[in-house]
Ligand binder design. Sequence first.
Ligand SMILES: [Cu+2]
Length: 290
Amino acid sequence: MTRLRSPVRWFGALAAGIGALLALSGCGGSASGVQAPTIQPAKTFQLTDFLPAKPVAAGRPTPLAFTIQQPSGAPLTQFRRGPGPHTGVHLIVVRKDLSVIVHHHPPVGANGRISDELTLPAPGRYRVVIDVYPQVSGPQRNFQLFRWITVGGAYHAKPLPPFASTDVVGGYRFTLHGTPALHAISPAFLTITVTRPDGTPARFTPWFGALAHAIFFRAGSLDYFHTHVCSPGASGCTSTLGVSKITGSSTAVGKLTVGVLVPVGGTWRLFLQCMVDGHVLTAPFTLKVT
Ligand SMILES: [Cu+2]
């Protein structure tokens, strides 16, 4: 999905280059009497008036705001709605070394302005992924827009932890069963069980429209994908990558069948997020994809 927009950007750059060449060679001037074609910049969705515009301080609440501009130039104000997770605007901020993740679904103002606040704990660069579900007719599904935020200070990258099948978060134990064999563009499933601190199976509370969110980032390039586990019978839970589709499921208390679908091989970090007993839990797993 991240790749869909690049040809458009490339065309925009090409168009700008041709425009510059025409101007340099004098072909576009009215003096010659030749009518050159007028080439407009490529029309795409883009972010405008993004905040923060400057590096921010670690550990302090920072306003984050932006408007999504439509190809027409007007702000995007209509977003998909409904009970599932594929609605509105998803804001995901990840540190370059994948040691920190923030996942919000900020509200959208009537004028399309999206305003949020986040606290980034440590210096370094953070990738902002804005996953947008517009309410538009036609085949357009969701798309992503990107920015970087810099947190001032000396950056010390944390090495990515190796694969481990168990992750304990706030006393809740996430266990990945079996050894996953994962391949790019090929849908696969991970069976993960979650138990409470007292050992009983965790009961998931729907959060942002899903029982669990599986957010995938590739180490180094920060390629991104996102799948969901929804309540049985829920709609709007399927993620699509090209012609591949995937939907997670939960058939027993404390059990998640998590869909994995990523565009390229490499080392990926899965951030599995769910709400249990009023706590939002984020369990990261390192995965190898061939
Ligand atoms: Cu999600």
